[in-house]
Write a protein that binds this ligand. Sequence first.
Ligand code: ZN
Length: 195
Amino acid sequence: MEKIGRYSFEQYLEVIKSFHGSESPGLVLGGIMVDYALGQMEPGVLFDAICETSSCLPDAIQLLTPCTIGNGWLKVIDLGRFALSLYDKYRGEGVRVFVDGGKLNGWEEIWNWFYKLKTKREQDKDLLLAQIREAGCAILSAGPVRIDPRYLGKTSKGAIANCPGCGEPYPQKDGALCLGCSGQSPYEQMTELTG
Ligand SMILES: [Zn+2]
């Protein structure tokens, strides 16, 4: 692998170090996957992305494509698979790229890392990164997909109202109370600064 997106391999390592905090093997592999998927897309197609895991891979998509979680062009649907799809945002046709377990044979360090057979301490990170670089697309598979129409187009929030519980604006379609006041809040305690 010489290039990942518009970056050289070494540049990409620098970019992910500053964005993600470390040269995460998942993000290196993810970059190769996104690069591969981009290569399968017809030029000029406006595409959205679906990522099937919430770890590492979403960051590769955000670094290498215009699709981010914030702009709504990237959806993370956590199916637990290290896979992503890029697809025509109107027609829903695109390509899915995944790590192919059947192709990991012979890539011992990748195998041990991917199947979590070694602790992080036991891992030889340099060897792992070298193998990921050398393997490139050889451990991936890809195929055409068509996205379920309910995932296409803009998802509208609908009307916004103030929640009778917390007083904060929320989408009314969520119910009589906002989701935070309906028991889905992650906060054990939440207070407000005054003054
Ligand atoms: Zn509320």
